[in-house]
Ligand binder design. Structure first.
Ligand code: PLP
Length: 241
C-alpha cells in the first residue's frame, strides 16, 4: 500500500471515529476540528494529508515546525494550511514561532504571553504581519509543573492578561489529560474551566482536547479541536525522557 493510501485509510477511520463520538455526545461532528499532529513525520506526510483535505497541522517544537512549514510550502505551494504550535514553548522562541504558527495552543504563563505579545506587536509595527496571534491557554490538569500548563486557579488572570494584549487574540483553552488518570474526570474539570473563562471572555470559544487515546472522552466534554498524531500517521519512536 502506498503511503498516500495508508494515510487515506487512517483518515477515513479517524473521521468515522470522531463522527461516532460526536453523535453519541449529541453533537455536530462539524463542530470538532481535526489538527493532524505531524511531529517526527516528514513534510511529505504533511503534504499527503493536505492532498486528502486536512487543513490544520500541528507540531510540538518550534524548530521542527518551522522547517516543516517551509518544506510544505515548497512541496504544495497552493495548499492552504493552518499550523498550530501545541508543545511547550520557551520565551526566547516567541519570535521564531510567529514565522510559521497561525495559532499557539500552549500559552501557559504570564511571561510567555508577554513575550509573544511583544514579538507580535513588533511584527505588526514593522508591517511583517497584519493580524494579532490566535492563542489558547494551556491548562494543567494535574498541577505537574514539568508537563506544562497553567494551574486552573491561575487561568482567570492569564485570560485577562491575554485578552488585554493588543498582539494576542484569546481563542480558548487547551489541555493534555494527565498520564494514567481517568480522562473523563480531567476533561470535565477542563470544561468547567473553559465555561468560566468564556463567561468573562465570550470570544474564547475553542476547547482543544483529545488525542489518539482519549478523543471520545474529550468530545463528550465539549472539545472543539482534537489533536491527533498516532491514529493518523502511526507510532512514533519513544521520546527520550
Ligand atoms: C503529540 C501530541 C499530540 C498527538 O498525540 P497522539 O497520541 O499521537 O495522537 C497531541 N497533543 C500534543 C500536545 C502532542 O504533543
Amino acid at each position: 500500500m502506498s503511503r498516500r493510501d495508508e494515510l487515506a485509510t487512517a483518515l477515513a477511520r479517524l473521521t468515522a471515529r470522531i463522527g461516532r463520538a460526536a453523535s453519541s455526545a449529541g453533537r455536530d461532528p462539524r463542530s470538532i476540528r481535526l489538527v493532524a499532529v505531524t511531529k517526527t513525520f516528514p513534510a511529505q506526510d504533511a503534504a499527503l494529508l493536505t492532498d486528502l483535505g486536512v487543513t490544520h497541522l500541528g507540531e510540538n517544537r518550534d524548530q521542527e515546525g518551522g522547517q516543516k512549514a517551509d518544506q510544505l510550502r515548497l512541496l504544495r505551494p497552493d495548499a492552504t494550511v493552518c499550523w498550530h504550535m501545541v508543545g511547550r514553548l520557551q520565551r526566547n522562541k516567541a519570535r521564531t514561532v510567529l514565522r510559521w504558527a497561525a495559532m499557539v495552543q500552549s500559552v501557559d504563563s504570564p511571561r510567555l504571553a508577554g513575550a509573544l505579545d511583544t514579538a507580535v506587536r513588533a511584527a505588526l509595527d514593522a508591517g511583517g504581519r497584519a493580524r494579532p496571534l490566535d492563542v489558547l491557554l494551556q491548562a494543567s490538569l494535574d498541577d505537574d509543573p514539568t508537563r506544562g500548563g497553567c494551574p486552573l486557579a491561575d487561568l482567570p488572570a492569564l485570560a485577562d492578561q491575554v485578552a488585554a494584549s493588543d498582539g494576542l487574540r484569546l481563542r480558548g483553552l487547551m489541555a493534555v489529560a494527565p498520564l494514567g488518570a481517568d480522562p473523563d474526570r480531567a476533561f470535565e474539570a477542563l470544561y468547567r474551566a473553559a465555561v468560566a473563562v468564556q463567561a468573562r471572555h465570550p470570544e474564547a470559544t475553542e476547547l482543544s482536547a483529545g488525542m489518539t487515546s482519549d478523543l471520545e472522552a474529550a468530545i463528550r466534554h465539549g472539545s472543539t479541536c482534537v489533536r491527533v498524531g498516532t491514529a493518523l500517521l502511526g507510532g512514533r519512536p519513544l521520546a527520550s525522557p
